[in-house]
Design a protein around this ligand. Structure first.
Ligand code: ATP
Ligand code: MG
Length: 560
């Protein structure tokens, strides 16, 4: 929520102050810098909303920059999915699409400039030796024996690194800062490594690649970024970010500001782990509706608005915390409630025969798509002799307070009429397989003219006109509230919820849903919000349950 100054969080405060004081010439330029080594997840959505949101609040700009400096794990598939997801979330980088790899030549020049200033040197220590020389928190590091190479020698060696004279890992270019610094990141960090690896954009042009800390600050500077927003794990890297930029003259000096990474209950947001779920087939791809990826949420039926509202509501904090996933579920319900058409589907069907409605006769009933939004219109639903209702809506021996159907009971069919259960048909095992009922033709529309009270209202589908559908119900992917916190040292995948997916192959939905286009969102009355899936086959729609109707978050809020 906005405070008296109209700002909503500490980063907003900083940017607002800077805009007022004229720092950065009053400009606001942010960027979202994903590494194309996986699909975007809900944590990235928080960062996207923050970066694009600040730019829009302060009539600035936000760039999309692929941070593609690590060729081994990167792929064009990820680049494409990231652009699709950012657009879907509702943000526009206009013509400002950048790739760190486009800066490889300029970065190389910056490195040469640092060598000329005697601020960088080529080091021949092996990886293990580098770690050993670095010391630790309690012990200062030792200078590399190669630290005092002359500028000319460094220029020569670095040029030869570039043309491929040395083996992978044989040498690095390191910043010359301070091996005794209490900040480990300042102990002569690597700037370039030798790695023969095909890059998805630069091909085999380069065999040396810049390290993140070196590439990121200069990429920000090249683009004229003013506020470089990143997550807390970079807090200790800020000194290095500033050090690199302080060595050279730039018209503008970007400023790094750290915020807390989003962590959600029952959810894993590590790209490495999400990739492992995909590659081991534990989920059905990056867009499996159980995945916390943007593409997973999209397929599940989430809307961009719901994700943006969620990001707004959780705000931006300076310290890490765990957010209740129920808040995200609340955001999607809140968004779909006024928008989603109400329809009827039966997930666990039980046959009802209306013995006084002749075969072939159809009673067309008008059913509005939304109780409060008449402008959403209505459709006609057919009442026929044979219907499906939910198994759960019938009890042979109803307990107290069960107001649905039971022998001798009368209930209301939604949009339909009153029916009374007269007779049960059972199979050889004594299981009820059919209810023989009568309908009251005078109750068409839902109420009897004599005003008699009927408590239960059931959803239903015509057996002759309804459409068979597959429905997929989802539960949380992980059993534990904080699956990231795998203290027991076991395999984190042991924490997966074996019941996270339940496929119901034989459900029935009303005829209006026969050709529901993938992505279409509905409320199945009494059952939750559902989204038509791309797996639909002609005549057999597939629906994902986005979320059930019960809102534990709203309930908790009401209690407070
Ligand atoms: P990696 O370990 O691969 O770097 P990453 O999650 O940091 O993983 P990036 O592609 O580097 O992925 O992230 C792009 C941007 O999104 C970065 O600015 C990062 O700080 C931000 N980001 C990533 N995860 C979260 C999260 N859980 N909450 C908020 N922001 C995040
Ligand atoms: Mg990262």
């Amino acid at each position: 929520m906005a405070n008296e100054t109209g700002s909503s969080h500490f980063i907003d405060d900083i940017i607002q102050d800077d805009a007022r004081s004229g720092k950065h010439g009053g400009r606001v330029a942010t960027r979202f810098p994903p590494e194309p080594n996986g699909y975007l997840h809900i944590g990235h959505a928080k960062s996207i909303c923050l970066n694009f949101g600040m730019a829009s609040t302060y009539t600035g700009t936000c760039n999309l920059r692929f941070d593609d400096t690590n060729p081994a794990k990167e792929d064009i598939e990820y680049v494409d999915s990231i652009m699709e997801d950012v657009r879907w979330l509702g943000f526009d980088w206009e013509q400002r699409l950048f790739y760190a790899s486009d800066y490889f030549e300029r970065l190389y020049e910056q490195a040469v400039a640092l060598i000329r200033l005697d601020k960088a040197y080529v080091c021949d220590l092996t990886g293990d030796q580098v770690s050993e020389f670095r010391g630790n928190f309690h012990k200062p590091g030792r200078n590399s024996p190669f630290r005092d190479r002359t500028v000319d020698e460094n220029l020569d060696l670095f040029a030869r690194m570039r043309v491929g004279e040395f083996a992978d890992g044989a040498r690095t270019l390191r910043a010359k800062i301070d091996m005794a610094s209490p900040n480990m990141n300042m102990r002569d960090p690597p700037m370039y490594r030798i790695k023969r690896s095909h890059h998805h954009r630069t091909g085999d042009t380069w065999c040396i690649y810049p390290m993140y800390d070196f590439a990121h600050c200069f990429s920000d500077a090249f683009e004229g970024i003013t506020h470089s927003l990143c997550t807390l794990e970079f807090e200790d890297h800020r000194a290095l970010y500033d050090w690199f930029l302080a060595q050279v003259e730039f018209p503008h000096r970007p400023q790094q500001i750290e915020f807390a990474r989003l962590a959600l209950t029952y959810t894993v947001l590590s790209k490495r782990k999400l990739l492992e779920l995909v590659t081991t087939g534990l989920v059905d791809g990056w867009d499996d509706p159980r995945m916390p990826t943007i593409s997973g949420y999209r397929r599940r039926g989430y809307t961009p608005e719901s994700i943006r509202n969620f990001a707004e509501r959780i705000g931006v904090a300076r310290r890490d915390g765990l957010i209740d996933v129920a808040l995200l579920e609340h955001a999607i319900r809140e968004d779909l409630e006024p928008k989603a058409a109400r329809v009827m589907g039966v997930l666990d069907p039980l046959k009802v025969v209306l013995t006084n409605l002749p075969e072939g006769e159809i009673v067309w009933l008008d059913a509005p798509f939304h109780p409060e939004n008449p402008e959403m219109g209505s459709r006609r639903v057919p009442l026929t002799r044979e219907l499906w209702i939910e198994q759960d809506d019938f009890r042979e021996e109803p307990p107290k307070k069960f107001f649905r159907l039971a022998p001798g009971r009368e209930v209301r069919l939604r949009y339909g009429c009153l029916i009374t259960c007269n007779e049960l048909v059972k199979d050889a095992d004594g299981k009820v397989i059919e209810l023989r009922c009568t309908w009251d033709p005078d109750s068409k529309g839902g109420n009897a003219p004599d005003g008699r009270k009927v408590k239960g209202t059931l959803h239903w589908v015509s057996a002759s006109h309804g459409v068979q559908a597959e429905v997929r119900l989802y539960d949380r992917l992980f059993r534990s509230e904080n699956p990231a916190d795998d203290k027991d040292g076991g395999d984190w995948k042991n924490g997966l919820n074996p019941e996270s997916l339940q496929v119901l192959p034989v459900c029935y939905v009303e005829p209006s849903l026969a050709d529901a286009a993938p992505g279409g969102r509905f409320q199945f009355e009494r059952l939750g919000y559902f989204c038509a899936d791309k797996d639909a086959r002609p005549g057999k729609p597939v629906f994902n349950r986005t979320v059930a109707l019960r809102d534990s978050w709203a309930k908790a809020e009401a209690k407070e």
